[in-house]
Design a protein. Structure first.
Length: 110
């Protein structure tokens, strides 16, 4: 499944580069990283602290869906969303609202 115009990130070197030099913002559901770039890329990360595989995959699906609803308003760049515990119990509209707030704070919305 492709996310509109955004590709996914899979290389660990790219994750490391983003973690080192990107803007970072904590919201109640996730830690959001944003690095301005010519390419548009996205990753949703859920560690084992979140829960078992079914729960982690559900959180990543929710994050991808929320990101795709916001992607038309975003600047080009690399985005990484790292889930915090409790993100699986939150309704979808709250996830979208939280992400929009965090992305506004990071000045990544056009």
């Amino acid at each position: 499944m492709k996310i509109n115009k955004f590709d996914s990130i899979s290389d660990s070197k790219e994750f490391s580069r983003v973690y080192q030099s990107a803007k970072k913002w904590h919201c109640d559901l996730a830690v959001v990283y944003f690095l301005e770039s010519d390419t548009s890329r996205f990753a949703a990360v859920a560690s084992k602290k979140i829960g078992k595989a079914v729960v982690r995959n559900r959180v990543k699906r929710l994050f991808r869906a929320a990101f795709s609803t916001l992607s038309s308003d975003l600047k080009d760049g690399i985005y990484i969303f790292i889930a915090k515990s409790g993100a699986d119990k939150v309704p979808f509209d709250k996830i979208c609202k939280s992400f929009r707030w965090a992305l506004k704070r990071m000045d990544s919305i056009r």
